[in-house]
Design a binder for this molecule. Structure first.
Ligand code: SAH
Ligand code: SF4
Ligand code: F3S
Length: 487
């Protein structure tokens, strides 16, 4: 757990210590001196703005970055006037990259107006050497680039920039190819005071043949269970009631620890934490989902009735080429087992359309699984060719118009089956964690059930962060309207 370290007591006349995280505390203190000077000179604190692309991993990384920036003395501000602007990037599909280049182009004008602003880039896209080369050549206004492995070094890189001399236009680039290092005890912020993501592992070893994540996030590394428990206990003491345990494949958690611990065992420990009310996790790879995990879920009061179980394709033939290590039948059997153990569980999934060599028959198998499972919702993606992955080199890429036509059919089916499932909780009473005031009607608050269904009901903002019983009266597509029964 990170404790408010006393940055003011750090002797800046000495050189920085070598070991982490002390080295970063030193640089945070150094940057804080700069931030105080800035405040004296400008009558305000320096401001930062972070834009996060991609998945929950990036969202959590951004909270860590935010924690460091606030510790240094920056405050959150408007993107148009930020003194420090950072894009935490994603590269899972080509679209994600295009968005970032678009934004960087727009920033050229802003940087001209405010030459002192610092533009920083980090995240998965920066782990691709081609991307960094392109930025070095075409986007000279970028000041700092770092990757997914060295986020903890932000203060050090910022210090390098801030103290490199006025007007120095040197771009600071620090990308690591990989790492075994997990630096604990750094500051971090939470977007919500009552819920938080918690990394239980980093990286991925699965090398699904279409996916770039293992290349940009490195090999799988699990955190020690004690560190995870201590972090959650600290959060609970600070008001958190719900955690989302995060990993690319949580079901393989703990395999590489000195004393291996399974994900099911970790869940049993997390469950014991007093004051913690809800546990979610993502993502579950079907190939590693154990009976033990299903058992823990069956017996648990805290683990939410929700699971994200990416299918990717319903064709056993394609699943093999995708390197997923399960068949259509394995997947269907798994769903059956999970539903038997937790009957009202909400199941969501990811599906890719147009993987190289996908035939109409393969696609029909995918449609068949969607019909059989009736997912609560499904994220559907058009296959995107990612440089360096085995699938990118496959010659039988599916023509764009065929992919588009299949994608539309799949989307229509997904909407049809999820519409069938919406409304099934009408009339039931559910525990709802109140998350925010309703944006449109301020007499309403909005929260989520264990299944992650969104519910609006008449309530007070003071209820935010607490769990209350709500009767679900009516289903309106993606959400329910309800009535609170008692406090
Ligand atoms: N680790 C998670 C998902 C990470 S990426 C898992 O294994 O499920 C999130 C989703 O993006 C994937 O589930 C997949 O459906 C999609 N995806 C990954 N690579 C893709 C690609 N090259 N083209 C299209 N979709 C892709
Ligand atoms: Fe990508 Fe597969 Fe790893 Fe998920 S499990 S991140 S899809 S390689
Ligand atoms: Fe994107 Fe990286 Fe997540 S590529 S999906 S942000 S792990």
């Amino acid at each position: 757990m990170y404790n408010e370290i006393d940055l003011d007591r750090i002797d800046l006349n000495q050189g920085p210590p070598q070991e982490e995280p002390k080295r970063q505390y030193y640089y945070m203190a150094k940057c804080r001196e700069w931030a105080r000077d800035f405040e004296r000179g400008n009558g305000r604190r320096p401001t930062f703005f972070i834009q996060t692309f991609g998945c929950q991993m990036n969202a959590r990384d951004s909270e860590k970055i935010q924690g460091i920036m606030k510790t240094i003395g920056y405050e959150e501000g408007d993107s148009a006037k930020a003194d420090f602007l950072l894009y935490n990037t994603c590269t899972v599909r080509e679209n994600a990259n295009l968005k970032v280049y678009g934004r960087l182009g727009q920033l050229k004008k802003q940087k001209k107006e405010n030459p002192d602003m610092i533009i920083a880039l980090c995240g998965c896209m920066m782990q691709e050497p081609d991307v960094v080369e392109k930025i070095k050549k075409s986007y000279r206004n970028v000041d700092i680039i770092f990757g997914t492995h060295n986020i903890f070094k932000l203060a050090e890189l910022l210090a390098l920039k801030l103290f490199s001399g006025a007007g120095s236009g040197k771009m600071i680039v620090d990308i690591w190819k990989g790492t075994d290092q997990i630096v604990e005890e750094l500051p971090n912020e939470r977007k919500y005071f009552f819920k938080s993501g918690v990394n239980i592992m980093f990286g991925c070893n699965n090398f699904c043949s279409y996916c770039i994540v293992p290349y940009v996030r490195g090999r799988e590394r699990s955190r020690e269970p004690e560190d995870i428990i201590a972090e959650i206990e600290g959060m609970v003491a600070d008001g958190v009631v719900e955690v989302m345990l995060l990993g690319q494949n949580v079901n393989s958690y703990g395999k590489n620890l000195k004393h291996p611990v399974s994900f099911a065992q970790l869940l049993r420990q997390v469950e014991q934490i007093e004051g913690l009310e809800r546990i979610r996790f993502m993502t579950s790879h079907p190939k590693d989902l154990s009976d033990d995990l299903i058992d823990v879920m069956r017996g648990s009061k805290k683990i939410c009735k929700q699971m994200h179980l990416p299918l990717q394709s319903g064709s056993s033939r394609l699943l093999e080429v995708m390197n997923r290590h399960y068949t259509k039948e394995d997947y269907l059997l798994l769903v059956e087992k999970i539903r038997r153990a937790v009957p009202d569980i909400s199941l969501t999934t990811d599906i890719i359309v147009g993987f190289p060599g996908e035939t109409e028959e393969d696609f029909k198998e995918t449609m068949d699984v969607v019909k059989k499972v009736k997912f609560d919702s499904a994220f559907t993606f058009i296959y995107s060719r990612r440089t360096g992955t085995p699938a990118a080199a496959m010659e039988n890429q599916v023509p764009e118009d065929v992919v588009k036509e299949r994608f539309d059919r799949l989307l229509a089916l997904v909407q049809e089956v999820s519409a069938e499932r919406t409304g099934r909780a009408v009339g039931t009473v559910q525990d709802v964690l109140v998350e925010e005031r309703n944006g449109q009607d301020t007499s309403l608050v909005t929260g989520r059930t264990s299944q992650n269904y969104v519910v609006h009901f008449a309530g007070r903002p003071s209820q935010i962060g607490s769990i209350v019983p709500v009767r679900l009266d009516e289903s309106r597509g993606f959400y329910y309207m309800g009535t609170q029964l008692a406090d």
